[in-house]
Design a protein. Structure first.
Length: 87
């Protein structure tokens, strides 16, 4: 889920920056469309952020976990026993 947040924030910033470059080139319609697309990705990153916060709150208060996606096949695995290994 965190990867989705960072990806959508990056796309948002890239599209908004591209809209300023398009406006500097004197184009009329492209900057507005690029800003709207950037706004869509910013909104999506906000939704993903609220979902993540909801997951963290429900884990703490209700012992309920939301599905967050498994990235262990890409990033080496999930090691939940870090605190026990440190002792």
């Amino acid at each position: 889920m965190y990867i989705g947040i960072f990806f959508t924030v990056q796309l948002s910033f890239t599209l908004v920056a591209a809209s300023y470059f398009a406006a500097a080139d004197g184009r009329a319609a492209e900057p507005i469309a690029l800003q709207k697309a950037g706004g869509v990705f910013a909104f999506l990153s906000g939704l993903l952020g609220y979902y993540t916060v909801g997951n963290l709150i429900c884990q703490d208060a209700l012992s309920l976990r939301f599905p967050m996606g498994d990235t262990s096949r890409y990033f080496g695995g999930n090691d939940n026993n870090v605190l026990e290994k440190a002792k």
